[in-house]
Ligand binder design. Structure first.
Ligand SMILES: Cc1cc2nc3c(=O)[nH]c(=O)nc-3n(C[C@H](O)[C@H](O)[C@H](O)COP(=O)(O)OP(=O)(O)OC[C@H]3O[C@@H](n4cnc5c(N)ncnc54)[C@H](O)[C@@H]3O)c2cc1C
Length: 287
């Protein structure tokens, strides 16, 4: 199918992009990698009258370390994350997420910021980055603001972005050491969206959990932090008994809905199993 007719713009600066967004308001959409927006336009689920392609905007690309944070430009592709030595060394949970997102073609075009702005409940970036200290910077004609990811994603496919606003960067805190992170996903076919997914970011003090963050994807309208399981594990040695209780709390934290990918009970079960596997692997990765 062909998309509905639209007017196309290709601004070269953030200011130009923001001017266009302000002028066209709700009828305009930013085009980044196009890997979610274009399929939706072809299916006529989305029919923006104005398309603002930001791929030629100066200063939106790249990935850099700024002190204790990793700064991800709005045009940073899934493939850029996979190629980054900083990510491999300090944030392997992000390498996991990039590696399990779609296929090579999609990874070469799709962006991290676009995935967050799209806020698909089964998206891999919202789920994986929820286990980290992640913020999103939003720019509009009135200035910029930075919000935690947990506040940025409000509901399924719904974010705090207002008309006239765009994401300019995403920032992730580099986790303390010794620590390790893992993102695991269960999919029905290679390259498909998750049936359920789990991120675990762990910091150890000897054999005790100094801190642990557990995020769940595809089992709710938004990514979920399994706070009760995190509190249980905090300061504890992860014995099989403690982990079994944490697994039960992870299952209870999930709020899945039944669909073609599985029943509510199946998805809850998967969340628990993925948590146990991810926790074990995160422990192995602790350096
Ligand atoms: C075959 C296929 C398989 C896929 N499989 C997976 C998968 O397994 N897991 C997964 O997580 N995703 C998957 N995706 C989606 C893919 O990861 C997309 O790249 C991603 O969801 C959106 O990023 P994008 O840059 O392509 O955004 P676009 O498609 O360009 O935009 C998506 C939405 O975000 C908005 N947007 C984009 N950038 C900004 C910005 N800077 N500021 C404000 N709004 C912005 C757009 O206006 C639009 O509403 C798949 C896609 C395809 C086509």
């Amino acid at each position: 199918m062909y998309p509905a007719a639209f007017e196309y713009f290709s601004p070269r600066t953030i200011d130009e992009a923001l001017d266009l967004l302000e002028r066209h308001g709700d009828e305009a959409k930013i085009l980044a990698g196009g890997q979610s927006l274009l399929p939706m336009m072809k299916l006529r689920i989305a029919s923006p009258r104005y398309l603002i392609d930001v791929n030629r905007v100066e200063g939106l690309g790249g990935l850099r370390r700024d002190g204790n944070r990793l700064v991800i430009g709005a045009l940073c592709r899934h493939a850029d994350i996979l190629a980054s030595p900083i990510v491999r060394e300090h944030l392997p949970i992000m390498s996991d997420a990039a590696n399990q997102t779609a296929d090579v073609q999609v990874r070469n075009r799709g962006t991290v910021a676009g995935s967050l702005a799209h806020a698909d409940p089964a998206g891999d970036w919202p789920a994986a980055l929820m286990a980290l200290d992640t913020t999103v910077t939003i720019a509009g004609r009135g200035g910029s603001r930075t919000v935690p990811l947990a506040d940025f994603i409000v509901d399924a496919y719904t974010t705090r972005l207002g008309a006239g606003e765009m994401v300019t960067q995403v920032s992730v805190g580099i986790p303390p050491r010794p620590g390790g992170g893992v993102y695991l996903k269960f999919e029905k076919r290679a390259g498909d969206f998750a049936v359920a997914s789990v991120g675990v970011q762990l910091a150890l003090d000897g054999d005790r959990c100094r801190s642990v963050a557990i995020s769940l994807g595809a089992v709710g309208a938004t990514p979920i932090r399994a706070r009760a399981a995190e509190s249980l594990l905090q300061g504890q040695t992860a014995s099989p008994d403690v982990l079994g209780k944490a697994q039960q709390l992870v299952r209870e934290a999930a709020e899945p809905f039944a669909d073609t990918r599985g029943s509510v009970e199946y998805k809850r079960h998967l969340a628990g199993v993925l948590f146990r596997r991810a926790f074990g692997k995160a422990t192995e990765r602790c350096t």
